[in-house]
Every structure is written in structure tokens, then in C-alpha cells.
Write a protein that binds this ligand. Sequence first.
Ligand code: NAP
Length: 259
Amino acid sequence: MDLGIKGRTAIICASSQGLGKACAMTLAQDGVNVVINGRNQDTLDATANEIRDATGVEVTAVACDVTTEEGRAKLLAACPDPDILINNAGGPPTGDFRDWDRDTWIKALDSNMLTQIELIKAVVDGMIERKFGRIINITSGAVKAPIPVLGLSNGARSGLTGFCAGIARATVKHNVTINGLLPGPFETNRIAEVIAGEARAKGISEEQSRIGRMAANPSGRFGYPEEFGTACGWLCSTHSGFVTGQNILLDGGNYPGTM
Ligand code: NAP
């Protein structure tokens, strides 16, 4: 399907690897000029070259920490008027809520709630004026079904989701939509970290943890980042203007509810 967004521009935060990279690649394959981001310059440059070589679009690589004010300013300076904003950042650590002090919470809120809100604030009025905008927050299946050891993620991402539910209904009449994409387990570095953590905690091998996690998912596997990127592409397309304030779960059927 032609997404109808050739020649548009997108900022994809935290996109030198994993799910963000898959979103950037899908958009680039559809002719969108992309601004990609990550903290490690070498990884970022390698991904920028890969996307350029594969698609021929304009790729701007902005090395910075998106969870800082300075980092966000750098991204917006590279692309002040994006048509598409994909909000993403690294996930918070696992742990027991009894060990988390105020600073730990503020860090999680900065990474997984306030950064995203600041970027939306910076770009949404321009999108409204230009009568086109697609904003997607990459959050987590934990928004729909909390994961006990990921309390920081459950809390911060639910805050972002609630905030966006409130504004998504006000922007849609201007053809600006705001939605969430909720990953379950996907084959990226993040799941490898979670597996390593579980293996340490339970005294099992990483392979045992991986096999157990796959077996526990109705699909019998983890998701492929390209599957996530494709969903993102559709949600950014001209065809999705009637979808806003939604949170779409991509988890191989793991969430057991009817809806
Ligand atoms: P990933 O494979 O580890 O990739 C993370 C990407 O974000 C890398 O490019 C990393 O590059 C960049 N990044 C991290 N923190 C950053 C920061 N502060 N500023 C700029 N760039 C940053 O992770 P992923 O699997 O794609 O996960 C993406 C999001 O989905 C995370 O929030 C994760 O918690 C969430 N999620 C993932 C899964 C899963 O199974 N994969 C499931 C549920 C939720 P640098 O390290 O070089 O900065």
C-alpha cells in the first residue's frame, strides 16, 4: 500500500536500533525524509548509512540524549516542523518499588512521559496549522497489563497515555492524530536485557529464560521489529486520519482480554 506520505519529514526519537530503527526504515521506504537519533554516534551513523543506502531519502542523524532539554533542542533544531513525530526512549530499569526514591521516579518520568509531552508541545501547533500531523508514542504492553517488576514503566507510560488521550480528541479535526503503539516482546536489545535480568534473578540460563518466554506467548515467538515498523507506517499514513487516541497492542496475543 502506498502510505501517501512521500516527501514528508519525520523525527523518530531513539531510533539507531530496535523498534525506533524499524519505524524509521519503514517511513524511509515510503519516501519520508527522516531525522534519526541515539546517543552512541557510531551506531547512529551506521544506521543512517543503512537507511540512506536502502531508500535514498534524506537521513539526518542527531546524536543526543532525547530525555534532556539540550537533546530535544538539538533534535528540533535539525527539524523544527516535522510532519511526523515518533516518540521513543529507552525503558526504565526493573526492580522493587520499595527501592525507588524520588530521583529514580523523576528519571523514569523524564524518560517515558515528560520528554514525549515536551516534544508534542513543540510540534503540534505547527502540524495543526499545516493540517497534517501524525504523532505516535512507543510505549509498552505494560500500559494495558502492568508488569510487576516494571513499576516505573507502568506508572510513567500510563501517565503519558492518559495525557495523550486528553489531547488526541482536540487535534484530530485538523488531521493531526496522536496514538500509542504498545510493544509486547520484540527481538531487540531491550528484550535481551530483560532476559538477562530474569536469568540472573531466577538462577537460570538466558536460553532457558528466552525459551520460557517464547513458550508463554500464544504466538510461540517474539515479534520482529519489521512487524512493528509496518504498523507504525500505516498509523503515519494518509489513510489513518480517523484513528486517534488509540493504543494498539502488538504482542502476539499475549493480552488475554476480549478487547
Ligand atoms: P533497543 O533495541 O534497546 O533500542 C533502543 C534505542 O533507543 C537505541 O537506538 C538507543 O541508542 C536509543 N536510546 C535509548 N535511550 C536513549 C536516549 N535517552 N536518547 C536517545 N536515544 C536513546 O530498545 P527497543 O526494544 O527498540 O525499545 C524501544 C522502547 O520500547 C523502549 O522504551 C522499551 O522499553 C520499549 N519496549 C520494548 C519491548 C521489547 O520487547 N523490545 C517491549 C516493551 C516495551 P543509544 O543507546 O545509542 O542511545
